[in-house]
Design a protein. Structure first.
Length: 118
């Protein structure tokens, strides 16, 4: 399994970015795809997850209403649309996958840097 995250960059506060995570190596139809982030000096934190079918999503309170997670099954890609970005959203963002809610995340992408300037 390979996860390739992309789409990070530098943006001003209030701006938007869309992260992508291209997945390959198996069929993910029942899997949970998640986004996490890690800011300098801080622990990695959960951002959002989605069931590959798109039937359910979950967001961290800090991003609820600003970020949207979605899937494109034809492209085997998960997206994280980030709007109204704040400087505190600055972090390396990682995508990950696990077979079900009750399991730990098994596979991780390499991370993409998001920097929000004030």
């Amino acid at each position: 399994v390979q996860l390739q995250a992309s789409g990070g960059g530098l943006v001003q506060a209030g701006g938007s970015l869309r992260l992508s995570c291209a997945a390959s190596g198996r069929t993910f139809s029942r899997y949970i795809m998640g986004w996490f982030r890690q800011a300098p000096g801080k622990e990695r934190e959960f951002v959002a997850h989605i069931r590959w079918s798109g039937s359910s999503t979950l967001y961290a309170d800090s991003v609820k209403g600003r970020f949207t997670i979605s899937t494109d099954n034809a492209k085997n890609t998960v997206y994280l649309q980030m709007n109204s970005l704040k400087p505190e959203d600055t972090a390396v963002y990682y995508c990950a996958v696990k077979p079900s809610i009750g399991n730990p995340y098994q596979y991780w992408g390499q991370g993409t840097q998001v920097t929000v300037s004030s």
